[in-house]
Design a protein around this ligand. Structure first.
Ligand code: 3JN
Length: 343
């Protein structure tokens, strides 16, 4: 990307929960935006958003809307990405896509800047933003690579905002009804016949089940982690669980190494790792939790302790804002990589 004083940045899906946070993250991180072009479906066109204190009007996406765009941040779902990413690339933009549409394509980099920034520079017009649960796992686990990672067991506790703003509203409705209230029709997954209450409950399902008995969300954790770490055979055992939290995914993570490792070694590495905040003073009840992470771009790690029965395994708790580090913030960090090198 040629180096400029400011860049024309399009945001597709600008009125969605992630799209709004992409605009906020551009502002918060001081990204050099010369022109912001918020785009959405014709249904949402005309919506007024705010950027750096100024009103900006959302335009309907069209081929012309990408003319002169340097960087296009996409968060409008995989179908929209498949339709519009080639159009944006043809118009000369680099697309940073938050959907799963291109993540596993071999020639599309899948990037967490703290982990594999170099990969971003090998793009052919599209760079994929990983799944939210994968991003925070990678930020916490990649700094431990030199200890020889052999296996990861990860159980997630995922906020309802991962299913969109409707799910946030639905959970608040259910909570207001109290413990004997009606289930909404959203949980565990929009457009599935069977539904369960989400308030005062825990559901061991994020996204739909595949033939192997794992959910799509669980298989994203496996496949995306392997690609980002460049470890195609890494053993990752996932369980993805939805909990009645609004913002912030949590993960109980067990990492098994090639040799015996102490909790101190892990804490020390994580204490120096970019993007990680170690919060680990259990006696003072200091450990990560979703309300600590919500509204921030950091990944919080605590409860770092050696396994009771295996000296090669360390267990920890990892939390991040799923809509920020898990989506919008990471996408803007990728955009920064592109302009840092002028590529
Ligand atoms: O459920 C969550 O907490 C995260 C959901 C992610 C998601 C939901 C629907 C479609 C994705 C994703 O980013 O992987 C997609 C998708 O792009 O396929």
């Amino acid at each position: 990307m040629p180096q400029r004083e400011g860049y024309t940045v399009a945001v597709l899906g600008a009125t969605g929960a992630v799209g709004r946070r992409m605009i906020w993250s551009l502002e918060q991180r001081g990204f050099p935006v010369r022109e912001l072009r918020p785009l959405a479906s014709p249904r949402s066109a005309g919506t007024e958003l705010s950027f750096r204190g100024q009103p900006v009007r959302v335009e309907a996406v069209s081929p012309e809307a990408f003319a002169g765009v340097d960087i296009a941040l996409f968060s409008a779902g995989a179908t929209a990405s498949k339709t519009w990413a080639p159009v944006a690339v043809e118009a000369g933009a680099v697309v940073i896509d938050n959907s799963s549409a291109y993540r596993m394509e071999p020639d599309v980099p899948l990037v967490v800047p703290e982990v594999n920034a170099e990969a971003a520079y090998a793009h052919h017009g599209i760079i994929a933003n990983p799944n939210c649960s994968t991003i925070q796992l990678m930020v916490a686990v990649a700094p431990l690579r030199d200890l020889g990672i052999e296996r990861i067991i990860v159980t997630t506790y995922q906020a309802v905002s991962g299913m969109g703003q409707k799910a946030v509203d639905a959970l608040l409705d259910e909570v207001a009804q109290g413990p004997d209230g009606e289930a909404t029709t959203l949980f565990p997954v929009v457009a599935q016949a069977q539904h369960h209450p989400m308030a005062f409950n825990v559901l061991p399902q994020c996204d739909v089940f595949l033939d192997n008995g794992y959910t799509k969300e669980e298989m994203k954790l496996v496949n995306e982690s392997r690609k980002i770490l460049g470890m195609p055979d890494l053993a990752v055992t996932p369980t993805a669980v939805r909990v009645p939290v609004l913002y912030g995914h949590s993960e109980a993570v067990s990492v098994t190494f090639a040799r015996s490792v102490t909790a101190e070694e892990v804490r020390d590495r994580l204490g120096r790792a970019p993007g990680v905040v170690v919060v680990d003073d259990p006696e003072r009840a200091l450990y990560p939790h979703p309300r600590m992470a919500a509204g921030t771009g950091e990944t919080y790690v605590g409860r770092i302790r050696r396994d009771l029965f295996d000296e090669r395994t360390v267990n920890m708790f990892v939390v991040a804002d799923n809509l920020l580090k898990g989506a919008a913030w990471n996408a803007v960090q990728i955009a920064e990589l592109l302009i840092q090198r002028g590529r």
